[in-house]
Design a protein around this ligand. Structure first.
Ligand code: WQD
Length: 325
């Protein structure tokens, strides 16, 4: 199969490209390098520099491909509330362009990078795919709209899709094949790592008065290589003629912010300089996935998501960039 990975120079996209290459697929990466990085490209994959806002470039990139993985989206929740126009343009108009280019080029399979953000405030701690869809930020809204668009393009144009609703993506390829660090990260583990390497003087734990055992928020951290594996399986699932699906990807386990910090300290034998701070707006106390549907339909289970492996594989890459840390 020849697969176009749109956003394939980004953090998750590059891991997806690697997994597809490992499975012997032909990979073409399409990326505008706005947040993606050249260091994340693989010599074995063809690279086309272009934007999803450029319809002609997209159509051209789609020639001769059997399927598309779409991960080219803006993803900062806070920014999406301040600049919805950026998210509308990139995540919505870009997605429409992508679907239309698939129609024009006759590409039938799409694996889409969706998010747990489509659910909004959890009404119960472990979310399954039947949980109500009420995004509370504009980012989540754009992901949900794309899922709805895909449902219509399935009905009207026969494009089959799998929307993968990621929980908290963490970790790096164990073989250090992906080396790009995200610029100005806001997510917990990169913030912990930046504090360890001295890129930040200190970090803040946003809230210790939640209704959880240690008072800090609990999240479902899933290794990016496990996410990447699900994309390969989703493409196989679609090419076998199966129906479109939206699937959660998480471990079903949760770790608190303090557990993340303390486990990092234990595994790496280093102290993290952190302070307690007020709650961050819009953070639910607990967010965990039920991923039984992905297990049942894709025969997917997380294999690399134990916390120690997540921390070690992330640290490996930080050490490459900060050898004296
Ligand atoms: C995790 C926990 C913070 C930074 C986001 C999106 C979600 C999905 C994954 C893409 C929270 C706490 C964090 C810090 C902290 N993205 N924290 N200090 O918000 O669970 O999920 O990324 O689809 O849609 O919302 O991830 O890593 O930002 O936070 O205490 O400096 O760590 O408050 O409890 P989040 P996160």
């Amino acid at each position: 199969m020849r697969i176009l990975v749109v956003g394939g120079a980004g953090y998750i996209g590059s891991h997806v490209a690697k997994s597809l290459l490992d499975e012997g697929m032909d990979v073409r990466v399409f990326d505008d390098l706005s947040t993606g990085q050249r260091i994340n490209l693989f010599p074995k994959a063809e690279f086309v520099e272009g934007s999803i806002l450029d319809k002609n470039a997209l159509e051209k990139a789609m020639q001769g491909v059997d399927g598309v993985v779409h991960l080219a989206a803006k993803k900062a929740v806070g920014e999406s509330m301040e600049h919805p126009e950026l998210y509308a343009e990139n995540n919505l108009i870009g997605a429409v362009n992508l679907l239309n280019a698939m129609v024009t080029q006759g590409v039938k399979y799409l694996v889409f990078s969706s998010s747990a953000a489509v659910y909004g405030m959890p009404q119960y701690p472990k979310l399954d795919e039947n949980h109500p869809l009420n995004p509370i930020n504009f980012y989540g809204f754009t992901k949900l709209e794309m899922e709805r668009l895909m449902q219509w393009y399935d009905r009207l144009k026969g494009i089959k899709f799998v929307a993968l609703r990621y929980f908290n993506a963490v970790g790096y390829d164990a073989g250090c094949n992906v080396r790009g660090l995200e610029k100005k990260p806001q997510n917990l583990l990169p913030v912990i790592m930046e504090t360890l390497v001295g890129q930040r003087k200190e970090m803040f734990v946003f809230g210790d008065d939640y209704d959880t055992p240690d008072g800090t928020c609990i999240r479902d951290y899933i290794h990016v290589s496990d996410l990447a594996d699900a994309h390969v399986r989703a493409l196989r699932y679609l090419s076998a003629g199966n129906e479109s699906q939206s699937l959660n990807l998480g471990t079903g386990r949760g770790n608190s912010v303090l557990e993340m910090i303390q486990t990092t300290e234990r595994v790496l034998g280093k102290k993290v300089n952190y302070k307690m701070a007020p709650r961050r707006a819009g953070d639910p106390a607990v967010l965990m996935a039920v991923s039984d549907k992905a297990t049942q339909l894709l025969h997917w289970t997380p294999k690399q998501s134990d916390l120690e492996n997540i921390i070690r594989t992330t640290w490996q890459v930080y050490r490459l960039h900060y050898p004296n840390a």
